[in-house]
Every structure is written in structure tokens, then in C-alpha cells.
Ligand binder design. Structure first.
Ligand SMILES: [Fe+2]
Ligand SMILES: [Fe+2]
Length: 279
């Protein structure tokens, strides 16, 4: 059974050129577009928080492999933040979306977490968020038509992000196990992450739909319901893997999905800056 990262974690610099983005860039669906916009908006601050939470414990890690994986994790998350920030700024410039003002709530939630939770609880929260992103990434990679068929920069960006979330999916987890490992701290971190994730994402989506006057776009709402519940089932299909996390002997690589990312790794190879060895 895998207990550590079994693949190379590659840090890539993408520098995407951002095209004219249709207002409802996700297949002209208002609700799904704003769901994806909500995710993209939450990434830069969220990822800075994850980096901060892992960095707090970096000096306690002695295993050279895990140390280099931490550096790769930080490099990848920093690049995700950079690219999503550029995309978010383009949405603001091109469509005058109020992303900055709607971000206030997210910033307050993260400031609350930093103030209220101890470093090990912040790390456990990060481990929970990382599992969330990993299982959403897995779904996107498995059901390639979710993103791949978009055939535009934003499709590529979400795909690249999904590949790297898969590559580094156990780094925060392994750090947590090394420095703490308490089951209850880990699962309560996940419970908090679930609460924050739902609250922040759906609140932001609601605000953007309200801003656009699209809350009553029933066609968009139905498409979104199908997207969440049936195909690809962003909510329903991840439930078994989500629940896996609550098993005492869980490890992210027990679900070995290396094969899924192989074709994308090749595609992304030209942007590689450095690669950290597998365990
Ligand atoms: Fe990320
Ligand atoms: Fe991540």
C-alpha cells in the first residue's frame, strides 16, 4: 500500500495568455460559469493559506524527500495562485464582475481561521481542503469532457491545476502525519474544511448570479443541478472518496490515479521548471 507520493511533483510555470472570455464561458451556462468563477476566485487566497499552514511545520521535517516535496508543493500552489489571479483580474476587467468586493467574506474567513485555530489545526484544515481539491481534480481528469472540451485557455488552466493537485495530493497529509497525526484533529479539520468550502463557494456563486440578475435563470439552474448531481456529478460522485478520508488508516495515494494524469503530464512537460523525485 502506498504511503507516500509515488510520482514526481513537477513545478511548472504556465504564463497563460488570456483571451477574450465569454461572460458565460462554461458552455454558456450562467450557474456553472459562476460556480467555476467562485472556485477560481477563492483559489489565490486559499492557496496562500495552504502554503502558510505547511510552511509553519517545514523546519520540523527531517526526511529530505518530504522536504523537497514541500518545496514543490509550495511552488505549484504559488503558480496556481498566480494564474488564477490573472484569470480573475481578466474577468474583472472584461466583465466588470465584482470579484474583489465579494472576496471580503473569504478573506475574513481565512483571517478567522488563522487567529482562532492553532498551527496544527490550520494544517489539518489544509489537509481537508487538499483532499477536497484532489477528489474534484480526479473527477475532472476522469470525466475529461468536463473541462477538456472547452478548448480554450481556461479549460487548459483548470486541467493543469487538476494535474498538479493530483501530483501533490498527499504532501500536506504526509506533513501532518509526520508532525502530529492525531486522527481527531485530522477529521475535525476536514469537517471545518467542508463547512468553509461549501459556504465560501456557494455564497460567492450566489452573489455573482445575483449581481448578473441570473438567479432565476432556470435553464442555467437545471444545467447546474445536472452538473452537480448527475454528469459529471461534482457533488454526488465524490461522496465515496470524500468519506474515505474519515477512515483511521486513510492515505491519499490508496486511491492510485497516476495513470489518469500521465497523458497530461506529457502535454505539460514543456513548461516544467523542476521535478521532485518520487518517494
Ligand atoms: Fe492549487
Ligand atoms: Fe493543492
Amino acid at each position: 500500500m502506498a504511503s507516500k507520493t509515488p510520482i514526481k511533483i513537477r513545478v511548472r510555470r504556465m504564463d497563460y495568455e488570456i483571451p477574450a472570455i465569454p461572460r458565460y464561458w462554461y458552455r454558456e451556462n450562467t450557474w456553472i460559469t459562476h460556480f467555476m468563477n467562485a472556485l477560481s476566485t477563492s483559489f489565490p487566497d486559499g492557496e496562500r493559506f495552504f502554503i502558510h499552514a505547511v510552511r509553519n511545520f517545514e523546519s520540523q521535517i527531517t526526511d529530505p524527500q518530504l522536504r523537497s516535496q514541500i518545496r514543490a508543493f509550495i511552488g505549484q500552489e504559488a503558480n496556481h495562485g498566480k494564474e488564477h489571479e490573472a484569470f480573475n483580474n481578466a474577468l474583472i476587467e472584461q466583465h466588470d464582475l465584482p470579484l474583489k468586493s465579494k472576496m471580503g467574506f473569504m478573506k475574513k474567513a481565512l483571517a478567522y481561521a488563522k487567529k482562532r485555530y492553532s498551527p496544527r489545526e490550520q494544517l489539518a484544515l489544509t489537509v481537508g481542503f487538499e483532499h477536497f481539491t484532489a477528489i474534484l481534480a480526479n473527477l475532472m481528469l476522469e470525466q475529461t469532457d468536463v473541462i477538456e472540451s472547452l478548448d480554450a485557455m481556461y479549460g487548459d488552466m483548470f486541467m493543469w491545476h487538476a494535474v498538479e493537485e493530483t501530483e501533490h495530493k498527499s504532501v500536506a497529509y504526509d506533513v501532518f502525519q509526520e508532525v502530529d497525526g492525531d486522527y481527531w484533529v485530522r477529521v475535525s479539520g476536514m469537517a471545518k474544511a467542508t463547512f468553509f468550502f461549501m459556504l465560501i463557494t456557494f455564497r460567492m456563486q450566489y452573489s455573482l448570479l445575483k449581481h448578473d440578475g441570473k438567479l432565476k435563470d432556470w435553464r442555467g439552474a437545471l444545467g447546474f443541478a445536472k452538473f452537480m448531481l448527475l454528469k459529471p456529478g461534482m457533488l454526488t460522485k465524490i461522496i465515496p472518496e470524500y468519506l474515505d478520508f474519515y477512515r483511521p488508516n486513510f492515505h491519499p495515494w490508496q486511491h492510485d490515479n497516476r495513470a489518469l494524469i500521465e497523458k497530461y503530464v506529457e502535454q505539460l512537460g514543456e513548461h516544467e521548471l523542476r521535478a521532485m523525485d518520487a518517494a
